[in-house]
Design a protein around this ligand. Sequence first.
Ligand SMILES: CC(=O)N[C@@H]([C@@H](O)[C@H](O)[C@H](O)CO)[C@@H](O)CC(=O)C(=O)O
Length: 270
Amino acid sequence: MCCVGLETVNGTTGEGLSLNIQERKQLAEEWVYQGKDKLDHVIVHVGALSLPESQELARHAADIGASGIAVIAPFFFKPTNKGELIAFLQKVASEAPAVPFYYYHIPPLTGVKIRVEELLDGIKEQIPTFQGVKFSDTDLLDLAQCINKNEREQFAFLYGVDEQLLSALAIGADGAVGSTYNYLGQKTNLMLQAFAKPDLALARKYQFLTGAFLNFVIKLGFGVAQTKAVMTFVSGIPMGPPRLPLVDASEEFILKAKAKLDSIVWPDGD
Ligand SMILES: CC(=O)N[C@@H]([C@@H](O)[C@H](O)[C@H](O)CO)[C@@H](O)CC(=O)C(=O)O
């Protein structure tokens, strides 16, 4: 959901696809308003199953001054090839012709596995506002090819598999957008600093510890509802219940996840 100076609104953790259009607009407006002078970028996710809805959200994001829009692949009637996916994305992007456009690649949830390397080939000709990818997939070969082949384009590659961020940074990812940064953002910033120094041994320590936590909770069953529960107990700010078909994390999950997180000894001594 967030990283340094950047917020993506109405994405996965924010359950954007479970909200109605009015709710999505309201949230986007509030983030743009509250983020003014605090956040470098507020990217609004405007993807939807219905093209007209997605276009309406894109126009709205442009009107309120969002610094970017992002779109996932439609996931009920799915595009089966690059041409179909680009056609959909292009029709949304063209409704906000002055707003940078990001493709939000998240095949574990959309089931659309069209390789991004293929998608990016010649994309600027069809989507002149194309600015980058939020890449939420474990296929680092695909990510590496995207980065290598598009060096001159200056696209932004924002990585979204938090447990593998360090590997993505090593091959040139520009930043991160993910659910754990809502509660492990400071630790991730320390990892980023160590990587930039470079102190790879220290960076690895942070990555391994984040990984140990995620490995533990994934075995218990970990999704958006559980993420919200962790955000709640870490921040003390109630995130509210998820919307059906998601259901609240169990008390047992919360107790175990909290104990695990509390047991971690971070390199900064916290
Ligand atoms: C499938 C999924 O939810 N992926 C998450 C990850 O942050 C994920 O929760 C994390 O890597 C743990 O596996 C993000 O990519 C989603 C995200 O950033 C968002 O809320 O838009």
